[in-house]
Write a protein that binds this ligand. Structure first.
Ligand code: NAP
Length: 516
């Protein structure tokens, strides 16, 4: 019999009733677990978080909440091996990909332990310096941030069940808000086990953390004016959430982290085979291979000078064709399957659409040579590389996010058209510029900034020490304009403000200095 997942609400573990959804091992299609949230009273769950978890967290200082994050880190880290194993089984991850998710979660916790320690024995944040607003310095104004009194609902995507859950939870808990976390159902096993471990450790006060194993049901309809919703997933689901009454009528804040057609740009100065060229090639290939390209930050569009189109495609093809694809439990496999049958159907459809406007350099939609995979089983395809010779004939490259191991290489003529081409993605989470030419690099970084949440600059000075654009940094903001959702998460202390009210306070300056 399959394992049955439970939700943790009202400080108790509950099995839902009704139609069950099955979770699979995407490499073998073996069922692993099943779950439903039917019959769970989400209104009561939210109220419990607000009325029990909220006051407990708000009574603490930032330093005390940082101790909670440290305790969560300790308990997750001590179960790291088990979590990595689960990530391999339910996520189709190679061991390295599983570590990327699990260690990303714990590293983010540690980063926010530091933020909490720096904020120290306080419960409010002063936002900026006081300003004199009267004729004399006696009358002043200032801004303070204080935690909202509602619940922070987190809805996450399937690709990072560990990191996605923890990066949101760490920030909300540190800010002083109780969390109700819902992972994507298809890969929820890892997040479920992490929650079991956290709950068993008693690191958190009662009501501070709730977990939903499956559909959100009517939960979002019960959101009130002090609640917030942080969502990571497709633009399509984001559009549904933005139409919620809670948002349109009760102004519930929504942060959206959605799709992104991230760009990588090669400067005209970059010589074939140079250190900067290799760095760019490595980062492009990593983003195709890692988590089988199911990374919101993965490079999807590569722009190179026309004279380098051929040589870059050749070099990338060689590297991509070397990647061993198969069951990620096998030690020599470097790329596993996509996470689900839906996902592989979606990516195959996307590949076929791209193929109509581009030239396929490499990639198989139904690969036969897979390591340690039973015939016909699993949700596999091999790395795909597309080449575009005439950018005007390939608008789809800038429109369709194919959420798998797929990348397109395009030529550009000059800086102005290059920035326009990058911007044609409609707003991205991250883009990267590779060049040792200072003028070109500055023009591109400045030109691309309005269209991106994060930029990375690759050059011979940082080759070998950059984690690449695909790795989200807890101390830097994550999120992007337009298609990317218009949201912003993380960024050190900046991330806390989503969970706090900014209030302007005016009065006698000496008194305000004492209060805050
Ligand atoms: P998705 O289908 O939009 O699902 C995301 C989450 O929303 C899941 O937890 C899903 O739950 C839930 N959901 C679906 N429909 C809902 C509804 N009507 N009301 C409330 N919740 C709903 O996206 P996905 O397929 O998991 O993730 C892939 C997408 O996420 C890609 O487009 C990728 O670019 C994006 N992504 C973005 C980031 C980022 O940081 N910007 C990170 C990762 C992924 P169920 O699983 O139960 O349906």
């Amino acid at each position: 019999m399959n394992m049955r997942l439970k939700s943790f609400v009202n400080s108790e573990w509950l099995e839902g009733d009704g139609k069950l959804v099955t979770l699979f091992n995407p490499a073998t299609e073996e069922p692993l677990a099943e779950t439903t949230t039917g019959g769970i009273d989400f209104s009561a769950a939210l109220e419990h978080a607000r009325s029990v978890g909220g006051p407990a967290l708000r009574s603490m200082t930032f330093a005390e909440r940082a101790e909670i994050l440290q305790a969560i880190y300790d308990v997750l880290y001590s179960n790291r091996e088990e979590l990595i194993e689960l990530s391999i089984r339910n996520g189709g991850n190679t061991r390295n990909d599983a570590k990327f998710d699990v260690d990303g979660a714990t590293a983010t916790l540690l980063a926010y332990v530091d933020v909490g320690k720096q904020l120290g024995d306080r419960q409010l944040i002063n936002d900026g310096e006081p300003v004199q607003i009267g004729r004399t310095p006696r009358y002043a104004g200032r801004h303070i941030l204080s935690p909202l009194h509602g619940a922070a609902v987190h809805v996450n995507a399937f690709n990072f069940p560990a990191w996605g859950m923890i990066e949101k939870a760490a920030v909300a808990l540190l800010a002083g808000m109780p969390v109700v976390s819902k992972p994507a159902t298809s890969t929820a096993l890892l997040a479920f086990r992490m929650t079991e471990i956290i709950v068993a450790s008693a690191a958190l006060p009662d009501g501070a953390f709730s977990f939903i194993a499956g559909s959100v049901g009517d939960l979002l309809e019960h959101l009130g004016p002090q609640d917030v919703l942080a969502f990571t997933g497709s633009g399509q689901t984001a559009a549904v959430l933005r139409r919620l009454d809670a948002h349109t009528r009760r102004s519930v804040r929504i942060n959206v982290e959605a799709d992104s057609l991230n760009a990588a740009v090669m400067g005209p100065d970059v010589e074939t085979g140079s250190e900067t060229w290799q760095m760019m090639l490595n980062e492009v290939v990593t983003d195709v291979r890692q988590k089988a390209g199911q990374k919101c930050t993965a490079i999807r569009r590569v722009f190179v000078p026309p004279a380098k189109l051929e040589s870059f495609c050749d070099a990338a093809r060689e590297r991509l064709e070397d990647i061993v694809v198969g069951n990620p439990a096998a030690p020599n496999v470097r790329m596993g399957p996509l996470v689900s049958a839906n996902q592989v159907d979606d990516v195959r459809a996307g590949v076929e659409a791209l193929q109509a406007q581009t030239t396929k350099v490499t990639g198989e939609l139904h690969p036969q040579e897979l390591v340690d995979v039973q015939d016909g089983k699993g949700f596999f395809l091999t790395p795909h590389l597309f080449r575009v010779d005439d950018v005007a004939s390939a608008p789809l490259v800038h429109e369709r996010e194919v959420f798998g191991p797929v990348v397109s290489v395009l030529p550009y003529e000059d800086n102005a058209t290059l920035i326009d081409l990058c911007a044609a993605g409609g707003g991205s989470l991250v883009s990267s510029v590779y060049s040792d030419d200072r003028m070109f690099s500055r023009d591109l970084l400045v030109g691309l900034a309005p269209f991106n949440g994060r930029l990375t600059h690759g050059s011979s000075k940082v080759a070998g020490i950059s984690p690449g654009p695909g790795t989200v940094m807890p101390m830097l903001v994550h999120g992007g304009p337009g298609r990317a959702g218009g949201g912003e998460e993380l960024g050190g202390v900046r991330g806390l403000s989503f969970y706090m009210q900014r209030t302007a306070v005016q009065g006698y300056s000496a008194l305000l200095d004492k209060f805050f």
